[in-house]
Design a binder for this molecule. Sequence first.
Ligand code: FEO
Ligand code: CA
Ligand code: CA
Ligand code: CA
Length: 728
Amino acid sequence: MKEQTPYHEDQELDNNNSENTHFNDILEQYISRRDLIKKTASGAIALAIATSATATSIPFRHPRPHKHRPTESGTRPEKLTFTPVAKNKLDVVTVPEGYDVKVLYRLGDAIHPALNDWDDNNIPSGPSFQFRSGDCHDGIHFFGLNSRTKQVDDRVSSEGLLVMNHEYINPTFLHPKGPTKVDGHRPEDEVIRETNAHGVSIIHIRKDDATQDVNLVKHSIFNRRITATTLMQFEGPAAGSKLLATAFSPKGVRTRGTHNNCGNGYTPWGTYLTTEENFIGYFQRSKEDDNKRPAHEIAALARYGLKAGSSSRYGWESAVGKLQPQDLYDRWVADVKKSSEKLDYRNGPNTFGWMVEIDPFDIKHHPVKRTALGRFAHEDSACRAVAGQPLAFYMGDDSRGEYIYKYVSDAVWNPRDSKGGYKAGDKYMNRGRLYVAKFNQNGTGEWIELTHGKNGLNASNKVYPFTSQADVVTFARMAADSVGATRMDRPEWCSIHPETGEVYVTLTNNSNRGTNYPTDAANPRNYQDLYGGTKTQKGNVNGHVIRFKEVNDQTTATRFEWDIYLFGAEAGMNPNINLSGLTDNNDFSSPDGMAFDSRGILWLQTDDSAYTDVTNCMMLAALPGFVGDGTTATTSSGQLTRVGAKVNDSNLRRFLVGPKEAEITGITLTPDNKAIFVNIQHPGEESASFDQPNSHWPATQANAGNTTARPRSATIVITRKDGGLIAG
Ligand code: FEO
Ligand code: CA
Ligand code: CA
Ligand code: CA
């Protein structure tokens, strides 16, 4: 963190005067000056125009009515026929011939008509980011909007709410001159910009039925941001428990904000699920704190990555509260400071790491952290809904050697709840059973139940003294440790094949496979590869995709069969490493984002640093078969495993390559499968400083020769020039 900007008091609200003037001029059309800033229920400052409840001052113009005719969304193609995109290191998004790329929603873009556009040389104020795109776009989902009822309608493609995560920030380009620290304190405006640049965006878009052109509806009342300070409530077994008690909510029923929202999910009742992945790094914990806690608390903090003496990633705790209560910064210090957990933030880390439900159509109620689904580095989730069966949510915990989980609702799925909002969430997500996966060597597997009082999850458990289900879900990793779950190669996204119901999970890579984590049949590779001709990479360098089929096709099954659908590799690697037979048209490394579309095309995205000496990150399209369509194989390290059928470039083909130093993540299509939305995260992330960017994307998308623009994460939309089906 650089200490390069002198601190001036007038920087606190808007350290960019020209922006401020322009902003206020417009704003005064709507509100009086004294109302400009107000405090929200979370204590955070807000633009007076900001909360949806006050948005009556901004008229919501009704969109033009349009017909909701069912659209032809296509069927699963026999083979992929688009021109494969060649591996490349260009600073643009490349797609097949016949397709268009439009940059739709970039870091800092305004979602309110009263705000001016982002300007590279005049970065907008921190508070204004409450109505601007956050940074590091990630998981994303399109919800069709019925313009008459204002409710979700999964038949509508011409209008909808696009909901997406902003996983974290790249402070180098978020601030005028990178992040600063003055006399040991982060300037408050920078911290407010950073907390506002986290969380979730909900944006209203329209797609032209004829041209497929997609545009943001900037004046819509649905446009809003969920940030790292938005008020949220807890539901499920841990809600109201002592473990979630803080000075802000002594009863442990509320908290402020969500952060590090990585992959996403969505429910069959029309709500969005955002995940809290690497949440722990936002906290500081002093060296002395271990002296003030019992052994089981110290063990739990360490298991989630917050050892005594840990410093925080962005230093939010160092801000001096002049615009917002000091408490909003102090809460990032997870120390025992007072006589009770009701008076300090020792439990701060327990209030993150959950699955969070957001109803994009409900602008009145707070998002809900659904604690029944467990607390870990949540990456993504996929829900299988079969009428008359309980719902199953499949979820990954993305860290080396972590687990795959399943949550099964007590209530059976009733399709009449398909527009049920948070009420349906209460019905299906507050009561159910959490399981963790164990993969056996012979291709079978089992789900081990994580319920208090079962499988040794009780007060005499040696890993953690579990006294309640609140303990089990809050320390789900420790519950899973004690029942012997299988340590996986970093589980990322999950998706369910729409025809077979089989569940796919990306396992992105694991540099410690073969050392700290011995190979097993489900994580079978340990090999070496050179990066840039010099650096040796080890373990499971390129990652794989595992899949499983529940016994008797039941969401409640406690046993399954599995195989490995696909192994990442370089085309030129030995066949006992390149076990899926990848070629130059489809070789890839580090699978991460992954989703089936409604036709059964699997979209696979990479977040890679192992093959980036040869190519930027990418997205591929695939037509997978089924569990057991292949055979057994022995890897280069001598591990026997079960491999799916070898692929060819008719059923796995590269569709997109991203710009420099960007991850490709987030996949959603309109129901007609004529527009696909993808997020381009952190272009130029390895840049040394704000004035020496390694990437100039997205400006390069319109002008490949641009050499001055700042890189910005953004959502793109890809359509076909002839208006046809994507990959159809
Ligand atoms: Fe945020 Fe595991 O990727
Ligand atoms: Ca290599
Ligand atoms: Ca990811
Ligand atoms: Ca990743």
